[in-house]
Design a protein around this ligand. Structure first.
Ligand code: DAK
Length: 257
């Protein structure tokens, strides 16, 4: 089926997914999230795709979950919609995902950016968890991912006041990888994605998983995961190729095997 709310464009090994509800500042309704997660899963299975960029437009990455869709819902309806299951599937994506953020990244928009592996921000970007001002609190990982990313003090302030931070503040706090002029944020994100997409795919996948482990496990369990992943890579052709190419002083040619 043709996507309505997520536009996909592939350039070489990078897939760019553009959130496309500009009039609603890319508010994340169920249909959009469903299209996004399906596109991510398809990209994860596609050997031609090495990495993914998620972006919005210049005014908004996404101004949150769709408030109109939630406003009158009962707890049972929220439970039965089971949107969280959709969000959880993003965590299962093995290929690196970069958020290219310009304008508003609020509520679910900020949570979506944080669910990605890296964030490239335009100077105009702002990040916030304003849910407190509409009578709720972050519900798609905001209290957990923001706290892990920027620490308790600033996360507490953002979640309890609802006040957003600028791209520069986000950079200082370690929430984003880099801040660049508005004119080039998407190109910068795509360049980073291209660089990663040119690396040996199985090593990229396992390295991503391993870094992610660092956030949600003990150091011993994380080190154990890292070690097994490292040894596992010695079963790949790319490991042989990479090390031989080094010894033979030539560029490696990755096979993804
Ligand atoms: N939902 C629905 N529509 C939205 C929206 C949103 N989050 N944000 C903006 N819009 C719509 C506006 O209603 C308006 O539509 P029309 O009135 O033109 O039909 C249009 O986008 C343009 O917005 P504004 O006219 O308000 O534009 P301004 O420049 O004046 O203001 C703004 C921009 C970003 C400051 C303002 O739009 C704003 O405050 N938006 C709401 C920000 C917000 O509160 N975000 C958090 C939403 S709660 C979960 C998953 C996710 C979540 C929770 C649970 N589970 C799976 C369990 C997440 C929750 C949230 O994100």
């Amino acid at each position: 089926m043709e996507n309505r709310y997520v536009l996909a464009e592939r350039s070489e090994r990078v897939l760019v997914l553009r959130l496309n509800r500009p009039k609603q500042l890319n508010a994340l309704n169920t249909e959009l999230m469903s299209e996004l997660v399906s596109a991510l899963e398809e990209a994860d299975r596609d050997p031609e795709v090495g990495s993914v960029v998620i972006t919005g437009d210049e005014r908004a990455f996404a101004a949150g979950a769709d408030i109109r869709e939630m406003a009158e819902a009962s707890p049972a309806e929220m439970l039965l919609r089971n949107n969280l299951a959709l969000w959880d599937r993003i965590q299962g994506i093995g290929k690196p995902i970069i958020a290219a953020v310009s304008g508003y990244a609020l509520g679910g928009g900020c949570e979506l950016a944080m669910a990605c592996d890296m964030i490239v921000a335009s100077e105009t970007a702002s990040f916030g968890q304003p849910e407190i001002d509409i009578g709720v609190m972050p519900g798609a990982g905001g209290t957990q991912r923001l706290t892990r990313a920027i620490g308790k003090a600033r996360a507490m302030e953002m979640v309890l006041t609802g006040r957003p931070i600028t791209a520069r503040e986000a950079l200082e706090l370690g929430l984003v990888n880099r801040v660049v002029p508005r004119e080039v944020y998407l190109e910068e994100a795509a360049a980073l994605a291209r660089e990663i997409a040119s690396k040996p795919p199985i090593a990229v996948r396992l390295a991503k998983q391993s870094v992610r482990r660092a956030l949600d496990t003990t150091i011993d369990t994380g080190l154990e995961f890292e070690r097994r992943a490292f040894y596992m890579l010695f079963s790949t052709e790319d490991q042989k190729e990479g090390m031989r190419a080094f010894v033979e002083k030539r560029r490696p040619e990755w096979k993804g095997r």
